[in-house]
Design a protein around this ligand. Structure first.
Ligand SMILES: *Cc1c(COP(=O)(O)O)cnc(C)c1O
Length: 361
């Protein structure tokens, strides 16, 4: 195995990055307690808010060195009080994980667990909220393990009606599927997915008032203390500990490109790629595994074609230079996940399909 191998990443992260993003990694050598880093972090924070059309009076973003899970853990360990009650909605691996992380920090976490890919039972969510006492609801926007979008708007309106706060993991939907962030109290994303950067940085978005409320609360994590991340970002455009400086340079470049293109134009472009992949796979008799629900623009979970295992598909595509992903949990060995959320052109999708076709011959 050579460490210089270059694959086309059709998996849901890590993703293909543009040459200018790769180049940004080595574009500067700076100290993280210097004015250069503060300017860099300031630019990143401004772009994160402006891309989403959020005002800096009402909202704040912070960047954490760590993959998407670290942002989720920062929110769940810091923002939810020990005495508060949490309802974690789960119909796939990542919704389940939010419940699992929350349970570590909060004994009053209740997981509403559904079959993978099943629609969330909004009537049940409503009756639980109506019964009273639930302070927070957690959910995933794009449940990556199934490829299905979840009804954030409907849950947000239930939360508003019954006075609960909402935390949304949009790790695999930011910049590829649209979500009105003003509906949620905290949301997380990762630079290593549709933002188009390398893995290693994650983002927490939140209402400024919620961030302010974290100050002075006894932390239950050191590295992931969200209040501390907020205070450093607000007061100094700094991070509490040594950040992955080179990744910040690359994130700055990928956000600059996203801002230049515009969020809705980017999402439309991603939708065209996902639609094209589904259409072309459909012509080959390869169909989405889930027939009900809203498919994301990030990836499609396809049912395995007859007579071929996931291991065979994976090995075959790998030998042609393509990395795809399989199913987790109940979907193991039943599906193949194909993502186009990274820097993948229509031509590259055509080349992928040529490699796919060679599989059955
Ligand atoms: C990728 C992903 C995460 C984070 O996983 P990491 O392994 O920490 O990158 C969290 N939630 C969702 C929905 C994801 O797709």
């Amino acid at each position: 195995m050579r460490r210089t191998e270059r694959y086309q990443l059709f998996c849901p992260g890590p993703v293909n990055v543009l040459p200018s993003v790769a180049g940004a990694l080595t574009s500067a050598t700076i100290g993280h307690r210097e004015v250069e880093f503060e300017q860099l972090y300031a630019d990143i924070l401004v772009n994160l808010l402006e891309i989403e059309g959020l005002s800096s009076q009402a909202y704040q973003a912070v960047v954490i060195t760590g993959s998407g899970s670290s942002a989720n853990e920062a929110v769940l360990s810091s923002a939810i009080g020990v005495d508060e009650r949490v309802l974690a909605l789960s119909n796939g691996e990542f919704g389940r994980r939010l419940g699992e992380i929350s349970s570590i920090f909060n004994d009053r976490t209740q997981v509403l667990s559904c079959e993978w890919g099943e629609a969330l039972p909004l009537d049940r969510v409503e009756s639980l909220l109506a019964a009273g006492g639930i302070d927070w609801v957690t959910m995933v926007h794009h449940e990556t393990s199934t490829g299905l979008l979840q009804p954030v708007e409907a849950v947000a309106s239930l939360c508003r009606r019954y006075g609960a706060k909402l935390f949304v993991d949009m790790v695999s939907s930011f910049a590829v599927d649209s979500l009105d962030l003003s509906l949620v109290d905290f949301a997380t994303t990762s630079a290593g997915k549709a933002i188009g950067m390398y893995p290693g940085l994650s983002v927490v978005y939140g209402r400024r008032a919620h961030f302010e409320a974290l100050l002075g609360v006894k932390p239950r994590s050191y590295y992931l203390d969200l209040g501390r991340h907020y205070r450093f970002a607000r007061d100094h455009r700094q991070t509490p500990n040594t950040p992955a400086v080179q990744l910040f340079l690359a994130l700055d470049e990928s956000l600059r490109l996203l801002r230049e293109e515009g969020l809705s134009a980017r999402i439309a472009r991603q939708a065209r790629k996902a639609d094209y992949m589904r259409q072309r796979m459909g012509e080959r008799g390869v169909k989405p595994h889930f027939t009900a629900g809203v498919l994301s623009n990030a990836l499609t979970t396809f049912a395995l074609p007859d007579g071929v295992s996931f291991a065979q598909i994976r090995a075959h595509l790998r030998s042609h230079g393509y990395i795809i992903y399989g199913g987790k949990g109940p979907l193991m060995d039943r599906v193949v996940q194909v993502s186009t959320m990274g820097e993948i052109s229509m031509d590259e999708i055509d080349r992928f399909l040529v490699a796919w076709d060679a599989l059955l011959h």
